[in-house]
Design a protein around this ligand. Structure first.
Ligand code: NDP
Ligand code: 2IT
Length: 447
């Protein structure tokens, strides 16, 4: 039995009730197999046993009062996974599905993603099973203030810097920042994704979606093509999906479908993004309302967005939203590229099927790293007490995505990792992300 197999067995035994964490760890550890043949010193230092165990995890009660005067209680989480290369960094997810296993999978992915950005940020993640959907602004504020009242003792600009994720946008970050400042009496860059009037960075809102498309564009270039005239399907209709759509349109492609957890829309003429922004960013409505703006579009309740014929698919909603059956349909419909905007949206068997059938595939930890990279740029600006222009940040984001592509490709080349006639970017990204963290851990001794 190899080192990676032994550690995986151990992980499965210890964390049997955390399937998403096991899934993420399986993908990473299997990719790293060839690294340990070259570097026996890592096994000697139990790097894998250490990197799969969070440095610290906190779980806490979040009591708040709803609009009926009733006390509600949610569960809060922050997993500080790895600080070898920088302060813990990663988003806060607010969604009823949140549990420790989900936060651990996201925190684990974040270690390697953050390393790939080339910036000094460690891996962490947090959130709560609170559901912001349908809540009044006052209820959201009450929750955010209570959540931060506990979280504030565990974070700090040089310790741990949370940000947005599913359910956490500018509104939630604002309420949390206000409460942090009030309790700590300290105006520091403790959160990213802040509003532009109080330390936020231009381009952070757009960064994950834009970065995803910059990355996919590098992949297309390698295939000798680009976005011009390409038909694209994007799942989700939140922050990542909206700005991925915007950039695809800027580069000459056409997004024809978007979704939310209720259903999906198909607009043959190309999505009217202004309408989607109004529905999602202003009204906090449902994607079905798109028909009020574009009566010729089609709405389908439930799943099925991957049945839409496309050249490029960008899953940007949530984990495990693209299954083996969806992968088969995409391949049968002639899809050439899948790049993950969400974290782990593609199941392991679907990923394998896509890759083996010649679809060029980008794992989220590489292709969605533009969001956290721009968060790190926000941290730099806060430390300098400066703010850079949109063009400056966008240019840096573009360079970072090109570099991540280069580094993941180079690692795939170094280890001869190809699949279905394409570079295996899953292996490339995992190895490139891992090496820097492993070297830092080796240098810092047994901690
Ligand atoms: P948002 O909350 O803005 O949007 C999430 C979108 O996904 C919504 O359309 C939502 O639909 C849909 N969705 C969420 N959960 C589910 C579910 N269980 N089933 C079906 N649809 C679902 O989040 P983001 O756009 O920020 O995040 C999307 C993905 O991108 C996540 O995986 C996140 O971890 C990842 N990501 C985000 C980054 C960021 O900077 N924001 C950075 C890197 C990755 P509905 O409204 O109906 O719930
Ligand atoms: O998954 C992610 O990378 C994010 N949600 C963004 C994290 C961040 O710190 O900007």
């Amino acid at each position: 039995m190899s080192y990676t197999e032994r550690v995986l067995d151990l992980l499965k035994a210890k964390n049997s009730n955390e399937p998403e964490f096991i899934q993420a760890a399986t993908e990473v550890l299997e990719s790293l197999e060839p690294v340990f043949a070259k570097h026996p010193e890592y096994e000697e230092a139990s790097i894998l046993e250490r990197i799969t165990e969070p440095e610290r995890q906190v779980m806490f009660r979040v009591p708040w009062v709803d609009d009926n005067g009733k006390v509600q209680v949610n569960r809060g989480f922050r997993v500080q996974f790895n600080s070898a290369i920088g302060p813990y960094k990663g988003g806060l997810r607010l969604h009823p599905s949140v549990n420790l296993g989900i936060i651990k999978f996201l925190g684990f992915e974040q270690i390697f993603k953050n390393s790939l950005t080339g910036l000094p940020i460690g891996g962490g993640k947090g959130g709560s099973d609170f559901d912001p959907k349908g809540k009044s602004d006052r209820e959201v504020m009450a929750f955010c203030q209570s959540f931060m009242t506990e979280l504030c003792r565990h974070i700090g600009a040089d310790t741990d810097v949370p940000a947005g994720d599913i359910g956490t946008g500018a509104r939630e970050i604002g309420y949390m920042y206000g409460q942090y400042k009030r309790i700590k009496n300290c105006y520091e860059g403790v959160l990213t994704g802040k509003g532009l009037t109080y330390g936020g960075s231009l381009t952070r809102t757009e960064a994950t979606g834009y970065g995803l498309v910059y990355f996919a564009n590098e992949m297309l270039k390698d295939l000798g093509t680009d976005f011009t005239g390409k038909t694209v399907v994007v799942s989700g209709s939140g922050n990542v999906a909206i700005y991925a759509t915007e950039k695809v349109h800027q580069l000459g492609g056409k997004v024809v479908a978007l979704s939310d957890s209720n259903g999906w829309i198909y607009d043959e003429e190309g999505i009217d993004l202004a309408a989607v922004k109004e529905i999602k960013e202003v009204k906090r409505g449902r994607i079905k309302e798109y028909l009020e703006y574009r009566p010729n579009a089609k709405y389908t309740e439930g799943k099925g967005i991957w049945t839409v014929k496309c050249d490029v698919a960008l899953p940007c909603a949530t984990q495990n939203e693209l299954h083996l059956d969806d992968a088969k349909t995409l391949v049968a419909n002639g899809c050439v590229l899948v790049a993950e905007g969400a974290n782990m949206p593609t199941t392991l068997d679907a990923t394998k099927y896509l890759q083996e059938n010649g679809v060029y595939f980008a794992p989220g930890k590489a292709s969605n790293a533009g969001g956290v990279a721009t968060s790190a740029l926000e941290m730099s600006q806060n430390s300098q007490r400066l703010s850079w222009t949109f063009e400056e940040v966008d240019a840096k984001l573009h360079d970072i995505m090109v570099n991540i592509y280069k580094n993941a490709s180079a690692a795939a080349d170094e280890y001869g990792a190809t699949i279905g006639g394409k570079k295996n970017l899953v292996i490339g990204a995992n190895i490139a992300g891992f090496m820097k963290v492993a070297e830092a851990m080796m240098a810092q001794g047994i901690v």
